[in-house]
Design a protein around this ligand. Sequence first.
Ligand SMILES: C[S@@+](CC[C@H](N)C(=O)[O-])C[C@H]1O[C@@H](n2cnc3c(N)ncnc32)[C@H](O)[C@@H]1O
Length: 228
Amino acid sequence: MDLPHSIPSHSEKRIGLRFDLHYLEEKLMISPLKKLMFKYFEFRIFKRLLYSLNMNLSGKQILEGGCGAGYGIEVMSEYFQPSEYFAFDLNEGMVARSQAKVKSKGLPVNVFQGDITAIHLPAEKFDAVFIFTVLHHEKNWRVALSEINRVLKPNGLLLINEINNRSLNWFERYAKVYHPKSARFTWKTFRNELAKAGFSILREYLFLQDLGFFVGCKISTKNISDEN
Ligand SMILES: C[S@@+](CC[C@H](N)C(=O)[O-])C[C@H]1O[C@@H](n2cnc3c(N)ncnc32)[C@H](O)[C@@H]1O
């Protein structure tokens, strides 16, 4: 199928529930390097932030949105031993990879295909929601924040990391890896939108200014219609 002129042929593509990642990003997401990066860098930072808050998510009900190839599932199942672990991704191939991982390791994790802007799970179900570098793919990322807020229990935690507009612009210019322009934000905008979606930021860590790690706490319920 031809793409509209405005979409470069090597960008990621979203058509309804079908979502294809840029091929380079997909290669990285399924590589053993990503597993190492997740385990020894990204997750370590979140563990440190949780420790500094004296918070422990062991045995809790957790949700992971945009779980990719399932490296988060592997590492966090072992670390937290959650009482319930739900994980979803929009990309069919990533869902299949995560499901295969869960099956081969015998992990009690419910993995399904789903969209972060319309999470088909009950309100106030989870103690914590994990979102690792997903929002920069989603032009309706503000709606996604409200949806995450909806499925969290009062005082539940959002653990989220993202890359900001500066690095996404750099990737577009020099690596020709395109993401939706409307999903590029400064940290100032991101903090404001977290607050608007009903979160208070408990901890924040910026790595080289361009990769941000945030722990937010649900302080109120915000409807998507409250947004504007
Ligand atoms: C950069 S990858 C990160 C994957 C994983 N979180 C990790 O850290 O390895 C982004 C993931 O978000 C998924 N994704 C993008 N838009 C989504 C949406 N609207 N709902 C759910 N998942 C989405 C993509 O399919 C991809 O697997």
